[in-house]
Every structure is written in structure tokens, then in C-alpha cells.
Design a protein around this ligand. Structure first.
Ligand SMILES: C[S@@+](CC[C@H](N)C(=O)[O-])C[C@H]1O[C@@H](n2cnc3c(N)ncnc32)[C@H](O)[C@@H]1O
Ligand code: SF4
Length: 455
């Protein structure tokens, strides 16, 4: 993905990552009553995806953009799990019984920092209120610094199939600057424990755009992680938004790579991963060719959701826990961000939903265009229009923007077939944004103009 430098500078503006469309800054108020109606409308026979948000961490990484909270007290962390168990019971009641879970994901924060008895209790509650499909992918986000052999074994016992480990960078100077010191040996130990527990798919998160990253030390990080033979590697560009995440200001005194160095870091790492036999997936993932994500690209079924790229085929994602976002056929719904009011709502028998958005057919069609383009690099606008029963002309507002991007060599539009060029892959979000009819509008829930990360 090589974008010529003048273009890179010209398009160096904040653009959403489109883990949802419309994006969350455009969510407005949604309450318990609406959520119950939406849940009531779900088909009894279709499996769902379940996402559980466990926000606690042992340490604060200064770059962190996740919804997390440093809490050391195991009693507080266990009590939170009790509340999540209550939310699961409420869902069972609102859904009139058990539903099949085809995909189960634990994200955070650091789910692997959950006290072990509380984790067993949580798994028990999920099994009490839902049927986990035998073929379900069960995954967890893990911080190697807090993983124990016992916790890894527990994941194996509960049938986990995939673990994502945060690595970011193995360059010592970078690690000190971002407040995340984690020697290679610690990552290696965590991977060994997980493999020994029977977790077949290991995914490692790397980041580019952090302080003191150079091509040389980035290549070294990539070479080291390749020795661990992960099935997947995510290569996230550091999103620096200190206005939203105040602690990110602590990264600034160390200096940040400019947009050109960011591109060089990504490209150099990508090239090394390709040499090591990985295939590129979308804009920021790599996988071994036999990985379901690589297969999904070949079969044209790769999708996007709140966790990034996914092979999840289900149309309903239910989120539990603070800040969790659900994606139902009727619309998006997001839970309360803070633990106290979240707990108070659950104890009062109310779903702790705060924000969301009822999806129109136009939203769903544009979402399919945006996500298909970002997953596969091409999309047939007429096919999407046909799928949703809308006229292809309803996307005509995108045409002048696409024409200008086509002149810059980012994409080609032949009849209704839109395709990214090699350069366009480097600016895929800019191309996708042509179909975003909310971009630049203020959100209904606030007067703040939506802020998004740069490339
Ligand atoms: C929930 S964390 C992963 C699990 C665990 N908490 C850990 O850090 O090891 C999710 C991932 O998001 C990525 N991430 C966090 N903050 C980010 C930011 N500001 N920009 C880009 N990626 C970020 C990191 O790669 C991190 O591993
Ligand atoms: S990157 Fe992971 S461990 Fe670090 S603060 Fe964020 S969620 Fe916690």
C-alpha cells in the first residue's frame, strides 16, 4: 500500500474506522423499552453473537483508546462480573428463553485479568442462559503481562478457540514511552500456555505510529513475533486522540512519527509479514492462508464489526457489560459507560442502554457498501442496491467525491463496480467515507462534531 507522499499529506484528515455505520458519535438516546422491542423482534431460530465487555486492567498503557479502567481490588472486579451475570439473566427473560450463541467474544479492558472464580461463574451464567453452539468461535483479548498458567488452562477447559494478545511493540524504548514494558519472553510464555491449553488460533496485536519506532526496530518486532507462529497479526495504526483519552497526552513528550514515517513503518512490517507467508487482510490484518479470515477474503464473506474484521456470519450481535455495543437488525444500542449507573440499572431490572440508532434501509445499504469495500477492496453498488431493494441512484451523492478520488488514482468506478487501487488500499477509509451520509454532521446526542482518528 504505497501512497505517494503529496497524496498522503493531502488526505491526512480524521476519518472514521467504520467498525459500525453509522458511527457511534451519531448515536442518539435509546432506552430499555426500545431495546426490549428490538430484542423481541429477533428470530427465535437464528444464532446470535455475544460480546462480553470486561473493562478492568492492571496497568494503564498511555496510548490506550479502549474503554478500560485500572482496578486492582479483586472484590470490585468480581462484583462487576456478578452484575454482568444478572444482565445475561435479563436477556434470557427478554428473549423468552435460551438462544444459540454462534460466536462468543470477551473484550476489554483485559478480560484475562478477571479473578478466576469470577470467570468460571461468568462462563456458568452464559451456559445457564444461552446454548453455545458446538462450532462456536470463542475468543478472548489477553494481556500477556497478566495471564497465568491457571487462567490459560481455564480457557482450554471452557472450549476457547482463539486468543488475541496485546504486544504493540517489542522495542524497549517504545515500551517505556507508552508505559507498557513487556519482554518478548513474557509473550512467548503466554503463547506457550495458551497452545498447551489447546487454543488453536493465536492472534497478536501490533501497533505502528508509536514513539521511537523505526523501520529497523519495527522489523525486529515483526521477526520476533513471527517466531511465535501466530495465525493472525493485527497491525493497528496508533489513534492519538488526547481530547477524548486524556492519558494519551502522556505519550506526546516522546514525539510521534509523522504520517510519512507511519506509512513506511506499516509497509515495511507488511512486506516482512508477506515474506513470512502471511496474507494481507483488509487494511490492518494479516493471517496464515489457512486461517478462516484468509478463507473469508477468498470467498468474499469477510465482514466488519465493532472488533474490526470478523468472520462472524450472524446478523445479531448482543453486547453485555459497560460500554458494550449491540448490533441488532433493528439498530445499534450501546450500554452505559460507567460502572455505578450500569449496576444501578441492572439492579432495578432495566437494561442499562443509553445510546443507539434505529437503522434505515439506506443506512444498511451504505453500511454494506462501506464494509464490503473495506473488507474486500471492491463492491458492486448495483448488487448492494438490489440486496436492499433500493435504487442504485440513491448513492449518487457519492459520485462527485469518487470522481475526484479516481482522478487521484485511489479507486476505479466502472459502471457500478467500485474497486480500490493499490494506492487506494492505503486510503481505504477516505474512499469508504464517500458513502457516509452522516459525516461532518453533528451527532443527535451532543453538539460535538464527530472526531475520528487519522490514517
Ligand atoms: C483491549 S486491548 C487488547 C487486550 C489487552 N488489554 C492488552 O492490551 O494486551 C485491544 C488492542 O487495541 C489496540 N489499541 C489500543 N489503543 C489503541 C489506540 N489508541 N490506537 C490503535 N490501537 C489501539 C492495541 O493493539 C490493543 O492490543
Ligand atoms: S491496551 Fe489493553 S492493557 Fe493496556 S490499558 Fe488498554 S485495554 Fe488495558
Amino acid at each position: 500500500m504505497y501512497v505517494p507522499k503529496p497524496l498522503l499529506r493531502a488526505y491526512d484528515k480524521p476519518v472514521p474506522r467504520y467498525t459500525s455505520y453509522p458511527t457511534s458519535p451519531h448515536f442518539g438516546p435509546v432506552d430499555d423499552t426500545t431495546y426490549r422491542e428490538w430484542l423481541g423482534g429477533l428470530s427465535r431460530y437464528e444464532p446470535i453473537s455475544l460480546y462480553v465487555h470486561l473493562p478492568f486492567c492492571k496497568h494503564l498503557c498511555h496510548y490506550c483508546g479502549c474503554h478500560m479502567k485500572v482496578v486492582h481490588d479483586p472484590v470490585v472486579r468480581s462484583r462487576y462480573v456478578d452484575t454482568v451475570c444478572q444482565e445475561l439473566a435479563m436477556l434470557n427473560a427478554a428473549l423468552n428463553g435460551r438462544r444459540v450463541v454462534g460466536q462468543l467474544a470477551f473484550g476489554g479492558g483485559t478480560p484475562s485479568y478477571t479473578p478466576l472464580p469470577a470467570f468460571h461463574k461468568l462462563m456458568g451464567a452464559i451456559q445457564a442462559h444461552f446454548d453455545i453452539a458446538k462450532t462456536a468461535e470463542i475468543s478472548m483479548e489477553i494481556d500477556p503481562r497478566t495471564l497465568t498458567a491457571e487462567f490459560a488452562a481455564a480457557l482450554g477447559e471452557h472450549g476457547f478457540t482463539r486468543a488475541s494478545l496485546g504486544v504493540q511493540s517489542l522495542n524497549k524504548e517504545t515500551q517505556v514511552a507508552i508505559h507498557r514494558e513487556q519482554p518478548y519472553e513474557q509473550v512467548e510464555q503466554a503463547v506457550d500456555w495458551l497452545r498447551f491449553a489447546g487454543i488453536d488460533s493465536i492472534s497478536l496485536d501490533l501497533m505502528y505510529g508509536l514513539p521511537y519506532q523505526t523501520i529497523t526496530n519495527m522489523d525486529k518486532t515483526v521477526d520476533l513475533v513471527c517466531t511465535l507462529k501466530p495465525e493472525r497479526i493485527a497491525m493497528f495504526g496508533y489513534a492519538h486522540l488526547p481530547s477524548l483519552k486524556k492519558h494519551q497526552a502522556l505519550v506526546e513528550p516522546h514525539g510521534l512519527p509523522d504520517v510519512e514515517l507511519r506509512q513506511d513503518l506499516f509497509n515495511s512490517a507488511a512486506e516482512r509479514l508477506l515474506q513470512n507467508g502471511y496474507v494481507a487482510i483488509g487494511m490492518d490484518h494479516f493471517a496464515v492462508p489457512t486461517d478462516p479470515m484468509a478463507i473469508a477474503v477468498r470467498e468474499g464473506t469477510l465482514r466488519r464489526n465493532f472488533q474490526g474484521y470478523t468472520v462472524d456470519p450472524y446478523d445479531t450481535l448482543i453486547g453485555v457489560g459497560v460500554s458494550a455495543i449491540g448490533n441488532l437488525p433493528a439498530g445499534y444500542v450501546q450500554n452505559e459507560l460507567e460502572i455505578r449507573p450500569y449496576t444501578a440499572d441492572i439492579e432495578a431490572g432495566r437494561f442499562p442502554v443509553r445510546k443507539g440508532l434505529a437503522l434505515t434501509v439506506d443506512d444498511k445499504a451504505r453500511r454494506e457498501i462501506i464494509h464490503t469495500l473495506m473488507s474486500l477492496g471492491k463492491v458492486d453498488l448495483a448488487q448492494v442496491a438490489g440486496h436492499w431493494g433500493v435504487r442504485v441512484e440513491s448513492f449518487k451523492d457519492a459520485l462527485p467525491k469518487l470522481e475526484s478520488l479516481e482522478k487521484d488514482g485511489l479507486c476505479t468506478l466502472r459502471d457500478t463496480n467500485l474497486e480500490l487501487t493499490r494506492v487506494g488500499w492505503g486510503l481505504v477509509r477516505v474512499v469508504a467515507a464517500c458513502f457516509d451520509s452522516y459525516l461532518g454532521k453533528t451527532s443527535p446526542g451532543s453538539t460535538r462534531v464527530a472526531i475520528h482518528s487519522k490514517i
